[in-house]
Ligand binder design. Structure first.
Ligand code: BES
Ligand code: ZN
Ligand code: ZN
Length: 476
């Protein structure tokens, strides 16, 4: 269930109050006894504690100090992390409703704290026989800094990130390409987004050779979902197109993944989930921009009819590809979607994909590996959004020399570079299918965490949703 954030109203009942202050002097002296004030002063000034808990007989009081020093985006992230800690404390104390009293001036602290609280309260427990649900349901805010629109966006984004995490956490038995497209259709319909799902026959007639090749080892048909949010009075003449890798499970195919490296491969549709949920949020918030989502989807498995290394396939654009490794499948299904994106004459195309282990090894779970072609300004804007939502972009070179590494003797290109710079040669492969400003985001590192990291939690993080939403919202 989604955690709701709302403005405090006189009838509200709560058993926990969180005072958010920059320093001791901002505390409301009338709310505390002399002893309590001394205790708080000592804890903050002498012990340098940032979060101080005052258990009372009838309620829980938390005082959260934060220093308004450094860059705004870094302060906001500290507040989100503090919010996550508070959520865990509230759940430990079985509290359902908490009030955040914002006593800071001119900061986004309360917004970010509430965001961290709400995102940190996510659970994926549907398969547990005994469901230990978190107690926290509602976060009330008393703050002059947050306006109506911000409350609305915060709740829309919490919902969208929860939905994205759910999709990524769902195993293959629940989420194959067809059931994924059904969920996409439901979400789109709810948010008034136009949706069209291409079935296998349509994909065959479009000659999407990459998607069909990867799907050959599967017992389930592929899907290609198109979402379109085109509100009246949209401000862009050419659309923004988001493309998401929707491999619902990646065994590696005939080049089967060894040992435990297959374990988390239900997360291989994390890019697709982020695209779906970001457009869902953009539509719920009625943002005045024409945005299109393309989601090619299949699983990647070995079978009697599976594609094999040495095969040559013809893609949607007509380009031929020599298959060197069936585990480099993401770029094949994305290439067809990127080729298809051309028909919209897009302003910009951004793809999100759990594309390479190399990206994850290079920077770990702390950011997104990013490359771009002919999109200097948009990339700067997206980098800025990356800071705002703390899904930071790490830009990698996109030099033409890397193109040499994917040349093939028998076909136009091959689906594998050398042993070096795997995340870049994967990006270069994708670029071969673009003729518009293009940003490639490899989210293999941050998509699915092996251990809990504050409000991002464990397992699916929902990375990409807040990033794309922020990018569009800032265009208003
Ligand atoms: N889905 C994987 C990449 C991945 C790895 C995602 C770890 C999330 C976490 C992708 O399809 C893949 O298997 N890539 C190969 C490419 C190689 C064969 C060129 C890889 O990175 O090993
Ligand atoms: Zn793979
Ligand atoms: Zn994959």
């Amino acid at each position: 269930m989604q955690t709701i954030v709302k403005k405090l109203n006189k009838e509200n009942n709560f058993k926990a109050s969180i005072y958010l202050v920059n320093d001791y002097n901002q505390l409301p002296v009338l709310k505390f006894s002399k002893e309590e004030l001394e205790f708080l002063k000592y804890q903050q000034e002498k012990l340098e504690k940032e979060m101080i808990v005052l258990p009372k007989l009838d309620c829980l009081i938390i005082v959260q100090f934060f220093k308004n020093e450094g860059e705004a985006f870094a302060i906001q992230e500290k507040c989100r992390k503090a919010g996550d800690k508070i959520t865990h404390l509230l759940n430990e104390n079985k509290l359902a409703v908490a009030l955040v009293v914002d006593l800071c001036e001119n900061t986004n602290a309360a917004y970010s704290l509430a965001e961290g609280m709400a995102l940190g309260n996510y659970q994926f427990i549907k398969y547990k026989s005994e469901q230990k649900k978190n107690s926290l349901e509602e976060i009330l805010i008393d703050s002059k800094q947050i306006n109506k629109l911000q409350y609305e966006h915060l709740n829309i984004l919490t919902d969208a990130v929860y939905k994205c995490r759910d999709l990524v956490n769902e195993p293959l038995t629940y989420l194959d390409a067809v059931s994924f497209s059904e969920i996409i259709t439901k979400m789109a319909t709810y948010a008034n987004i136009k949706v069209d799902v291409f079935n296998k026959t349509k994909i065959e007639s479009l000659k999407m050779g990459g998607l069909l090749a990867v799907n050959r080892g599967s017992i389930d048909p592929p899907t290609f979902s198109v979402m379109e949010w085109k509100p009246e009075g949209h401000k862009n003449t050419k659309p923004f197109v988001f493309v998401g890798k929707g491999v619902v499970y990646d065994t590696g195919g005939v080049n089967i993944k060894p040992g435990d490296s297959m374990l988390d491969m239900k997360c291989d549709m994390g890019g697709a989930a982020a695209v779906v949920c970001a457009i869902y949020a953009i539509a719920l918030a009625k943002l005045p921009f024409h945005v299109i989502g393309l989601i090619p989807s299949t699983d990647n498995r070995p079978d009697g009819n599976a594609y094999v290394p040495g095969d040559v396939i013809t893609m949607f654009t007509g380009k031929t590809v020599e298959i060197m490794n069936t585990d480099a499948e993401g770029r094949l299904i994305l290439a067809d979607a990127l080729g298809y994106a051309s028909k919209y004459n897009p302003e910009l195309v951004i793809d999100l994909a759990t594309l390479t282990g190399a990206a994850s090894r290079a920077i770990g779970p702390y950011g997104i590996v990013a490359m771009h072609a002919n999109a200097d300004t948009a990339f700067k804007e997206l980098e800025n959004s990356g800071k705002n939502v703390y899904e930071r972009l790490a830009e990698f070179p996109f030099w033409e020399e890397y193109e040499e590494l994917i040349k093939s003797d028998v076909a136009d290109i091959k689906n594998l570079g050398g042993s070096e710079a795997g995340m870049i040669t994967a990006g270069k492969f994708l670029q071969e299918f673009t003729d518009y400003p293009f940003i490639h985001l490899d989210i293999a590192g941050p998509v699915f965490l092996s251990k809990k990291d504050s409000y991002r939690g464990k397992a699916a993080t929902g990375v990409g949703v807040r990033l794309l939403f922020d990018f569009i919202v800032n265009k208003i």
